[in-house]
Design a protein around this ligand. Structure first.
Ligand code: PEP
Length: 256
């Protein structure tokens, strides 16, 4: 049996100035900067990457971005590229978050280009997938997730697949306080593991971490993280304050 190390990632979204971000990272590093049981990632907005990165230097907390363009440079006003992120010691990048899909028109094809660019540039993509409430109510959850996973990973080779992280985030649970039940989440995580098995084979599929995202907090994390195919969390609201974020990392350590 392959043991996947649990992974807790904080998505700060459009919150925290460079000074606020640096302060939050310092608090996190003081509490859990040395632990090695759980992989921990913070994803500040672009403007706070540098200050946050400085304060996590020397710790085991890693730095992620929330988005990037698929081209490496050029006339793309307002965008940021993989080499720019690498230069700030970013190691991971969230791609295809439902807010990017819904509010900024990102398609599966664009997200796929970003995934491929990230991998080519030694950035680990966190590919977000998930259904809306109306899609769930129509019984389309697995079909939607299948399309997003398969399209997002098109062209990813077997040798590259273990660097990918998938985040299952039911859109109706993001920022709403409505968390998926552990059974609902496990059903979709197991389904995604099955898709990965078809795409890359059993051994590789068993290595890929699949995170749950959607109103995860210290009170509901233990039950979610105890599920066989839930390998961690992508955390929005509860990552903006060190106490709750640190408690989530501790919950993941206890669940291993
Ligand atoms: C997210 O946006 O990735 C997320 C999971 O947000 P929240 O934890 O606030 O629901």
């Amino acid at each position: 049996m392959i043991l996947r190390k649990k992974f807790i990632a904080g998505n700060w979204k459009m919150n925290k100035t460079p000074a606020d971000g640096a302060a939050l990272v310092s608090e996190i590093v003081t509490e859990i900067g040395r632990q090695t049981d759980v992989d921990v990632l913070v994803c500040p907005p672009f403007t706070a990457l540098e200050s946050a990165g400085r304060n996590l230097e020397g710790s085991n907390v890693k730095l992620g971005a929330q988005n990037m363009h698929f081209e490496l440079n050029g006339a793309f006003t307002g965008e940021v590229s993989a080499p720019m992120l690498r230069d700030l010691f970013v190691t991971h990048v969230i791609l295809g978050h439902s807010e990017r899909r819904a509010l900024f028109g990102e398609t599966d094809a664009m997200i796929n280009q970003k995934v491929l660019t990230a991998i080519k540039n030694q950035l680990r993509p966190i590919l977000c997938v998930g259904e809306t409430l109306s899609e769930r109510e129509a019984g389309d959850t697995l079909k939607v997730v299948q399309t997003q996973v398969e399209a997002g990973l098109e062209g990813v080779g077997k040798d590259q697949a273990p660097s990918v992280i998938i985040a299952y985030e039911p859109v109706w649970a993001i920022g709403t306080g409505k968390v998926a039940t552990s059974d609902q989440a496990q059903e979709v995580h197991a389904f995604i593991r099955g898709l990965l098995t078809k795409l890359f084979g059993e051994t590789i599929a068993q290595k890929v971490r699949i995170l749950y995202g959607g109103s995860m907090k210290p009170s509901n994390a233990p039950e979610l993280l105890a599920q066989k195919d839930i390998d961690g969390g992508l955390i929005g609201g509860a990552s903006l304050e060190s106490r709750s974020f640190v408690d989530l990392v501790k919950a993941a350590a206890d669940a291993k």
